[in-house]
Design a protein around this ligand. Structure first.
Ligand SMILES: Cc1ncc(COP(=O)(O)O)c(C=O)c1O
Length: 453
């Protein structure tokens, strides 16, 4: 078959016919297991009947309203649910079509907030190296270029977007003298960056509470976000959390920052994006959550939000997300996420660390239904290209990302190739067993084909 789609991968991807839970059936009848919910999206699995019913009911009544003239009940109810579920951290929400749009919205809202606060000179954002905030020019400007984005690297705005080091304790904390010393050095670096840029020119610091696509699921050590919050408050900048990947229950708490241990527990942002597990893949949707401080600042002196798109607060997307969020609550799915997390960890360690695969697996990290597996640095660039192909031979859909060797100047200690496992919140132990069995066999076959095993 010749496709008229210009695909994002060099081969024609197979076409699926139907899906249920973790299973995807292709047109040829072959059944695959979705080990990571596509791009870590499917919070309640594919085609859950409760969500499907909610969408079907809505489609029969109303399918589009323009948010600048008429609002809709699913969007209103979804915003209310998100606000009520935030333990007081947020008091308003707006909805967009995807994660990149929600990060873009966070940046524009930040700028509008300071513009109305008579601080128009605040025009700079600080992000972290090796973070991922989206695939548009401005979100790529936040993170800077990499070899994959080479065609676009000249377009990034280097005047307004700046970065500090990635937070990657696995290979850096010991070198820095332990977690506490590592955190202290990261916070010092952030303080220095504010000073270098001119503290009153910085709008916001943006970070993923759990670094996802760019680092393979990495939690910051205790105390990091507490230190970040202090620096932002000291210089009057906003703190933005990007929870597009890690939020809405993946880690077993509604917000990922609520899962961070120690002193970080209560470190709230001023703005937060959420995405993938909001709609769970049933419709394109992401959201921006506003703290009281920011929403008051936007509404000050009779002002209103100066940002939106044709499909903002789309009724069908909000219907789907509302059904997903209600399902997570009514079926107590976060309980399952919390119960299955240690089981996934135990099984991964048993299969990958207590076996002949151990020399090839550097680290297993994460929590709940969000796990990263980093392969040994010695094999950097070798495993990622082949592993998904051998997963495919096991009827397992998985992604892997090539790592990066250490810098010559030793400022970055390198990262091995990595992959992730992110099953839906309602995954069973038997399904986890099946995923990990196929995963290990695929890794073994990858290593054999590379003549490493
Ligand atoms: C943390 C984070 N922010 C933003 C995005 C961009 O989301 P989207 O691909 O829906 O635009 C992603 C996507 O993976 C992400 O992981």
């Amino acid at each position: 078959m010749t496709s008229s789609i210009l695909h994002r991968i060099p081969i024609q991807p197979p076409i699926a016919r139907e899906a249920k839970g973790i299973y995807i059936t292709l047109e040829d009848g072959n059944v695959f297991i979705d080990a990571c919910g596509g791009a870590l999206v499917t919070a309640v699995g594919h085609c859950h009947p409760t969500v499907i019913r909610a969408i079907e009911e809505q489609i029969g009544k109303l399918t589009f309203l323009w948010s600048m003239s008429v609002s809709n009940s699913p969007a209103e109810e979804l915003a209310k649910l998100l606000v009520e579920d935030s333990d007081g951290a947020f008091n308003a929400a707006t909805f967009y079509n995807g994660g990149s749009e929600s990060v873009e919205a966070a940046m524009k809202v930040t700028k509008q907030y300071f513009f109305q606060k008579n601080e128009p000179q605040r025009v700079k954002f600080i992000a972290r190296e090796r973070s991922y905030h989206g695939d548009t020019i401005s979100t790529l400007s936040l993170t800077g270029g990499n070899p994959y984005t080479a065609p676009f690297n000249d377009l990034y705005d280097k005047e307004h977007f700046h970065r500090v080091s990635a937070v990657y304790p696995f290979r850096n904390a010991a070198k820095a003298g332990g977690d506490a010393a590592y955190v202290a050095s990261l916070i010092r670096e952030l303080d220095d960056k504010f000073q270098e840029l001119g503290p009153d020119t910085v709008c916001a610091f943006i970070a993923e509470p759990i670094a996802g696509a760019g680092l393979g699921i990495v939690k910051a050590p205790d105390g990091y976000f507490e230190g970040v919050r202090k620096i932002c408050d000291k210089y009057g900048a906003l703190l933005i959390y990007d929870e597009v990947l890690c939020g809405q229950g993946r880690l077993g708490t509604t917000h990922a920052w609520q899962s961070l241990g120690g002193k970080d527990r209560a470190v709230r942002p001023d703005l937060q994006t959420i995405g993938k597990c909001l709609g769970g893949g049933y419709a394109p949707i992401a959201a921006l959550l506003f703290s009281q401080k920011v929403s008051d600042g936007i509404k000050i002196n009779g002002n209103w939000l100066r940002h939106g798109h044709t499909y903002s607060n789309h009724i069908l997307s909000c219907t789907a997300a509302l059904a997903v969020q209600r399902l997570i609550k009514s079926e107590n799915l976060l309980e399952n996420v919390n119960a299955i997390g240690p089981y996934i960890e135990k099984k991964l360690k048993l299969s990958l660390k207590d076996s002949d695969l151990a020399p090839f697996v550097a680290d297993i990290r994460g929590g709940g239904t969000l796990w990263g597996i980093e392969f040994s640095l010695e094999f950097v660039g070798k495993i990622a290209g082949f592993f998904p192909i051998f997963c495919y031979q096991e009827n397992l859909l998985a992604v892997a990302v090539p790592g990066t060797p250490p810098n010559d100047d030793l400022s970055f200690s390198g990262i091995g190739d990595y992959t992730s496992i992110a099953p839906p919140f309602n995954v069973s132990k038997e399904e986890v067993d099946m995923i990990i069995e196929k995963f290990s066999r695929a890794l073994r076959n990858t290593l054999k084909s590379l003549q490493l095993l």
